[in-house]
Design a protein around this ligand. Structure first.
Ligand SMILES: [Zn+2]
Length: 457
């Protein structure tokens, strides 16, 4: 097994004591962290390794964890740019109706390569559009994650409440409920790996209250629990959704999901913006997770989650970029920064500390995915998922606090990104994908989807 030493960086471990080393080292052995320490590594350690990374002038952090995304949207960016969520969805559904294996694979490789470039080592994906003639879209995104090399949590999404039955999506992009459950279980059988160090875990993820029947919400929860996998959905993203739930179910979004068995340590919600005090308390008391997606929420003008209140209440809070159709940048470090800025813009100067924002992007995300014992911090025995940021160039040189340089400053060059000890980014270049040819492939897929939807000829 390969041994790599990252030596001389400012090390932010994000361990329980939030230990930081002004100058420190991390030893990687195979896919694990073999040692973390202060100062330069001793010569006897240096003598045992294949590679020494000179990390002077750099900041070493755990790899960032993305808890909400729709990878296929990488090929449908820049549309309906001034719309509300419901207006944006209504415009995009017909474009998404054209996706197939090729489109999903290309878009997912593009999105994941860019996530890697932004310091992300683990990403979830919530895929809920399955056109009848699209082929095996789940396999297409799994293959994309394998080729780029990120740790992956694909969520088998679903929609079964079309427009003719009072839902938002057109009938031709929704699925039959029984088919959803069969396909979801098949995805778990085929891909889910619960072992320590797993590169792939599947979650069950009906899309949202306004696209999914109550019966499918209930049966999805039963399926997930019978197979010991996690549950994920969108919740409390907009006031339109709040109105929809009150009109259709006579309940708030949180009351509705509680009715269908969707609270607990095996559940995480994307967004969680429009929660009142009682809802925040209940999310915390039940240990439910929230994927806070500040950039997407601001882009759609949906509002901003009460991240500080949710954390104080005991909720597990991580960060997500959300789909690239509502966050054209879709970089994880942007969301760490925006989580901080928007928390303070709405909650005042003490609403969130710089290190709390980085915590949500690392250990917070690991907790949301129930992987606190494996990822999210730099500790001996954990997986070697790490990001090494260069801070000695013009934008960051001499910023007094390196964590502030990362969170508040411009996105720094990414010197190295490792996933399970394997380099995915070196000196700002993704080494597992050809970014130039990938950009061309994404362009071709985008044009094909727009043409299929009749938006271009
Ligand atoms: Zn989403």
């Amino acid at each position: 097994m390969t041994r790599t030493l990252v030596d001389g960086a400012y090390v932010v471990t994000m361990d329980a004591g939030r230990t930081e080393h002004e100058t420190g080292h991390v030893l990687v052995h195979g896919d694990r962290i073999a040692a973390v320490g202060a100062g330069a590594a001793p010569q006897e350690v240096r003598d045992t390794v294949e590679r020494v990374v000179d990390a002077r002038g750099c900041l070493l952090t755990p790899g960032l964890v993305n808890t909400h995304h729709h990878l296929y949207q990488w090929a449908t960016r820049g549309l309906a740019v001034d719309e509300t969520l419901f207006g944006w969805l209504t415009r995009l559904y017909p474009v998404w109706a054209g996706i197939d294996e090729q489109a999903v694979n290309v878009a997912a490789r593009g999105a994941l390569a860019w996530l890697a470039r932004s310091g992300c080592t683990t990403s979830s994906d919530h895929h809920y559009v399955f056109p009848r003639s699209g082929g095996d879209l789940f396999a297409a995104e799994v293959e994309a994650a394998r080729s780029v090399g990120l740790r992956f949590h694909p969520c088998r999404g679903s929609m079964d409440l079309g427009r003719s039955r009072g839902g938002l999506p057109p009938d031709d992009v929704v699925e039959d409920r029984d088919a959803v459950l069969i396909e979801t279980e098949a995805a778990i059988d085929r891909w889910h790996d619960p072992s320590f160090g797993s590169m792939l875990r599947v979650a069950v993820a009906p899309c949202s209250p306004f696209t999914v029947t109550t019966q499918l919400m209930r049966e999805s929860a039963e399926l997930a629990r019978s197979r010991s996998v996690l549950l994920h959905t969108h919740l409390a993203e907009t006031l339109d959704e709040d109105r929809f739930c009150r009109e259709r179910f006579g309940r708030s979004p949180l009351e509705y999901v509680e009715d269908v068995g969707w609270l607990g340590t095996d559940v995480w919600f994307a967004h969680g913006i429009h929660f009142d005090d009682a809802a925040v308390k209940q999310i915390g008391a039940t240990g439910t997770g929230v994927a806070h997606c500040p950039t997407s929420n601001a882009r759609l003008g949906a509002g901003i989650a009460r991240s500080r209140d949710l954390r104080d209440a005991g909720a597990r809070v991580g960060l997500g970029v959300d789909g690239a159709a509502s966050n054209e940048a879709a970089g994880m470090l942007d969301d760490v920064r925006h989580a901080l800025l928007f928390a303070r813009a709405t909650g005042g100067p003490q609403a969130l500390a710089v290190r709390d924002a980085l915590e949500m992007g690392t250990v917070g995300g690991a907790a949301v995915l129930n992987r606190s014992d494996e990822i999210g911090s730099l500790e001996t025995g954990k997986l070697a998922d790490l990001a090494l940021w260069r801070l000695d160039t013009l934008p960051h040189a001499d910023v007094a606090d390196p964590v502030a340089a990362l969170v508040l400053g411009a996105p720094p060059p990414l010197e190295l990104l490792m996933v399970g000890g394997r380099p995915v980014v070196e000196q700002d270049e993704v080494v597992t994908a050809d970014s130039v040819s990938l950009a061309g492939e994404v362009t071709a897929v985008h044009r094909e989807l727009m043409s299929k939807a009749g938006e271009i000829s």
